[in-house]
Design a protein. Structure first.
Length: 313
């Protein structure tokens, strides 16, 4: 059997005699007043009001059925009973510090989490908010993969993903978080020179910026293809960023996420063209109980929720 040391003795003895109504915060108040000798000094240490501190001392005295201090104009002086409890209260204080330190150590998460997402969500949504996540979880290394066309959670290429395409197979768990709204956008100069009104819906004379052949399956690309009816677009690109730059240069109209186009200063030609996309959080099912993976997932859930209006447009 483990031999009881000097630290254990007062704590165990006091623990067995804990009276009904005893509150740990009252013991902290008792120690602070005992050390400072005044309510004002103890209140400053504990960041409490003097009235609150006084009530805690009175509550502790009532619970213990003992007078702990003699109230004097110059301050608070320990009674004989109060002085006899200081050592035991300090043992409780040390135990509380050890307990919270141990909990804190176990709650520190570490390791690598691989997140796959679209580049536009990574650069405009996730990265600006990542500093706060890093302050909360400095031990987690986030590996951000934006080339999601080559990432397959079924092959375990990533731990979790924030994407607009619902997985059709694989051992994954998914949750719809919101929607990414799209509209037609152009530069203010291009919008001003259009021969049709902004919401007339006629695009026969318009130049379009769209996706290349490898991204022809995207809803935005398919919408433009239907509108063009065989006409050639003005420009094809392989990224949202280059489409925004082309639209700002006045090269034509592009189907763009509202939040990116608006922040780039583009003019909305049509706000609802029926190509809004759901935003899914997808996690490897066997990683849903991983604490570091859950920390990243919770961060993404909160991030999308707090940016709901911005993302949906």
């Amino acid at each position: 059997m483990k031999k009881m040391n000097e630290f254990d003795k007062p704590f165990s003895s006091f623990e067995k005699q804990m009276p009904r109504g005893w509150v740990w915060d009252d013991t902290r108040a008792f120690l602070a007043v005992a050390r400072h000798g005044t309510l004002s000094g103890a209140a400053a240490e504990l960041h409490l009001g003097i009235a609150t501190l006084s009530r805690r001392i009175e509550r502790l005295e009532k619970a213990l059925k003992l007078p702990l201090f003699v109230r004097q104009q110059s301050g608070y002086q320990l009674t004989e009973e109060g002085a006899g409890l200081v050592e035991k209260a300090e043992a409780l204080e040390a135990a509380a510090v050890a307990f919270t330190t141990d909990v804190s150590r176990h709650s520190q998460l570490s390791g690598r989490v691989r997140l796959a997402t679209a580049e536009n969500l990574a650069t405009a949504l996730i990265l600006p908010a990542l500093a706060q996540f890093r302050r909360q979880y400095p031990g987690i290394t986030l590996e951000l993969v934006t080339d999601i066309s080559t990432v397959n959670l079924h092959r375990r290429d990533a731990d979790l993903a924030l994407r607009m395409v619902k997985p059709e197979r694989g051992n994954v768990t998914l949750r719809r978080l919101g929607s990414l709204g799209y509209g037609l956008y152009a530069s203010s100069a291009y919008a001003a020179q259009r021969k049709t009104t902004l919401d007339a819906g006629g695009y026969d004379m318009d130049a379009f910026i769209t996706w290349g052949e490898t991204q022809a399956h995207l809803p935005a690309a398919q919408w433009v293809e239907r509108v063009l009816q065989g006409r050639e677009p003005a420009l094809t690109t392989t990224s949202v960023a280059t489409q925004i730059a082309a639209a700002k240069a006045g090269l034509g109209i592009a189907v763009l996420p509202h939040f990116l186009a608006q922040e780039a200063g583009l003019v909305c030609i049509a706000s609802d063209i029926g190509v809004d996309q759901p935003i899914y959080l997808v996690i490897q099912t066997d990683l849903t109980q991983s604490r570091r993976t859950r920390a990243v997932a919770d961060f993404l859930v909160d991030l999308v929720a707090s940016n709901h209006a911005r993302l949906s447009g």
